[in-house]
Design a protein around this ligand. Structure first.
Ligand code: RIB
Length: 647
């Protein structure tokens, strides 16, 4: 490449290129100068020895000062060398043992004498006296440096520790072990912070800081693992190996009884015990950026940045299992919709031809299926979601909302083509609502997906079905339920009419008054309509009546239940809350009458707050009303007893 070609590529005159190369570029604008230098650099154009020498670029050598004790010494040197070679530069390494100001200055000085054009320094503090014109970029694994310090690239091992701990805590583990080398206090601090945030007692984190490999093998693994932990955070793959060895000897199954995560990604983890999850340090991104930045500083003669932070990431593998301890009741599968709810709050719900100004718009996670699964999860039950969401931000938000509430998401798939479902909820000032649902990805949940996740139905006690998904999918779900002797609870919503075979064999049908009207149109009293449904093969008909409570009809009973003493501000999802709480209570072995009272309170609490999933009660909240629930149960039992005597 000659100067004419460089000028052509940069769309400038030859004399402009010449001026820049000769340093006589005061009248050239900064963007033009940058553009030309970028092309010179990319094309490896080196005819101007004078320019290169003047700029300290004579021999295209770059220095690296690195601690010999750095655990990633080899990997870091290789990464820097590769990044430099790709840009036509060579690497000179100076290894130091023990990091102090004097040692660093000496190392940089030596490299400078050997003709490097700049240095990368593995230290958290800047070198006080750099040779004149010597550019330096720092890289480190801690945030403990003067934040005004320029040109420093870093990530925090603290953050890595925190990420690993969060990965196990999120899966319901409350007691974990952590084995690190004693030089890794930073990581431990991150792990401790995650445990503190969850307000877990101090003793729930059992840690060991080993002097070396032998120390950990002799004492560390036994110390942590004999402490009845359900998860282990291991500092590196060798420690994972030791944990696996200990587990093998003591008969602990990984991951069924012990989840594992490693604080250092290595390929070998892929092959250990079927794949060990890890935290990946951002070494590659950090070093490539540091190299590019240093070369840019040299080329463009400027110090650009202060510190730039990189973040560790999670490498997911199957070694972290959900900890079921603390969850109660039988397995509940939920097959249904997940939507983003757009709640439009106004004076009243508009009718034909009206235009209203909204008081407020709220965006919240919803969908009958998602709501029901969250309802079960929040009460401490075992909810397994089967559904479909879009591969979009809404989908991610919905997925996270459910996992945060302890719902198992094995049966959930992301749709490549369709966006996540949406529901437009009109809410009036009395708390009443109407809903229009756009199915989106929910519409493509089909029998094939259920087949792919058939194991989710195994041992399931209850299956919650709702009809914002296709009838075919409900039929397919019913098939799985029959095979697994799973009782079915169906919420018949968003229907114009219902085909008879859908109702056949349903254990609990839970419509509201409007839905009851759609399924059984006509002027018959509610009790008689319920009888008709029983005749078409439903075992229990439960009609939710809003402020009026609910009604149960089955072979033995015809009972009205009063509502709970709460004032509704948003009735959306009240029935989802009712159904999930009823299913949870039934799955714990309680009877239907008790479960309906429990469900009435759960729904009552839900409608006192906006939204659905956030509004649903958790164990603690419903716990406040347990005495009242027991009292109501006694009263209703007594009424039933009296009625039976009167018969
Ligand atoms: O039952 C309430 C739900 O119905 C809302 O969350 C909305 O998404 C619709 O599915």
């Amino acid at each position: 490449m000659n100067i004419q070609e460089i000028a052509k590529l940069a769309k400038v005159s030859v004399s402009t290129v010449s001026k820049i190369m000769n340093g006589k570029d005061d009248d050239i604008s900064e963007p033009t100068r940058k553009r030309v230098l970028k092309i010179v650099e990319e094309q490896n154009y080196i005819p101007y020895a004078k320019y290169r020498m003047r700029e300290g670029m004579g021999n295209r050598l770059v220095g690296l000062v690195i601690s010999g004790e750095n655990r990633y010494y080899g990997a870091l040197v290789a990464m820097v060398e590769k990044a430099l070679q790709e840009r036509g530069y060579r690497l000179v390494v100076d290894t130091v043992w023990g990091m102090d100001q004097e040692g660093l200055e000496e190392a940089v000085e030596q490299l400078w004498k050997r003709g490097v054009i700049g240095v990368l320094v593995n230290a958290a503090f800047a070198v006080s006296h750099l040779p004149e014109n010597c550019k330096a970029v720092y890289f480190t694994e801690t945030e403990e440096f003067d934040q005004r310090q320029q040109n420093t690239f870093y990530f925090q091992k603290y953050e890595a520790g925190r990420l690993a701990a969060e990965a196990v805590l999120e899966k319901g583990h409350t007691k974990a072990g952590c084995i690190l080398l004693e030089t890794e206090q930073d990581i431990l601090k991150g792990v401790e912070a995650a445990f503190r945030e969850r307000q877990l007692p101090e003793g729930n984190l059992v840690y060991y800081l080993g002097k070396d490999r032998e120390d950990i093998r002799e004492k560390g693994t036994a110390f942590c693992m004999a402490n009845d932990v359900s998860a282990m955070i291991c500092g590196n793959p060798e420690i994972v190996g030791m944990a696996l060895e200990y587990a093998g000897k003591t008969g602990i199954r990984v991951p069924q009884e012990l989840s594992l995560i490693c604080l250092e990604e290595q390929d070998v983890l892929e092959y250990m015990a079927g794949g060990i999850a890890s935290v990946k340090y951002p070494l590659q991104q950090m070093m490539t950026s540091a190299v590019h930045h240093l070369l840019q500083m040299i080329m463009e003669k400027k110090e650009c940045e202060i510190a730039r932070k990189f973040h560790p990431g999670l490498q997911k593998r199957g070694s972290i299992r959900r900890n079921e301890e603390g969850q109660r009741g039988g397995k509940i599968v939920v097959v249904g919709s997940m939507n983003v709810d757009i709640v439009i709050e106004g004076v009243r719900i508009p009718v034909n031809g009206e235009t209203h100004i909204a008081d407020n718009i709220l965006i919240m996670p919803g969908g009958k299926g998602g709501n029901q699964a969250v309802g079960v999860g929040k009460l401490g039950g075992r909810a397994y979601m089967v559904g479909r969401i879009g591969k979009d931000a809404d989908g991610k938000m919905l997925f996270k909302g459910l996992t945060d509430c302890g719902v198992y998401m094995d049966g959930v798939e992301f749709d490549d083509q369709l966006s996540s479902g949406q529901a437009f909820v009109h809410l009036d000032r009395e708390g009443e609502n109407t809903i229009v649902v756009y199915r989106g990805a929910n519409g493509s949940l089909d029998g094939a997906q259920l087949e792919r996740h058939g194991e989710v139905f195994q041992n399931a006690k209850y299956c919650l079905l709702s009809s914002e998904i296709s009838m075919e999918t409900i039929r397919a779900a019913k098939k799985h339920c029959r095979i697994n002797q799973t009782e079915m609870i169906l919420k018949p919503s968003a229907l114009e009419e219902i085909e008879e075979d859908i109702l056949e064999g349903i254990d609990y049908l839970v419509p509201n008054e409007k839905e009851m009207e759609q399924i059984c149109p006509g002027s018959l009293p509610l009790e008689e309509k319920a009888d008709r449904l029983l005749a078409s093969g439903v075992k229990n008909v439960i009609v939710t009546l809003g402020k009026q409570g609910s009604y149960l009809k089955n072979k033995e009973h015809s009972i009205y239940f009063p509502s709970a003493p709460f004032t509704a501000i948003d009735s959306t999802g009240g029935a989802d809350s009712f159904i999930s709480a009823m299913a949870f209570s039934l799955s714990e072995g309680n009877g239907l009458i008790y479960s309906m009272i429990y469900a009435t309170y759960a729904a009552g609490i839900t409608v006192t707050r906006y939204g659905v999933q956030e509004a649903m009660p958790d164990k603690k909240t419903i716990g406040i009303y347990m005495e009242e629930i027991e009292r109501k149960y006694k009263e209703i039992k007594e009424t039933i007893g009296r009625r039976e005597q009167e018969k």
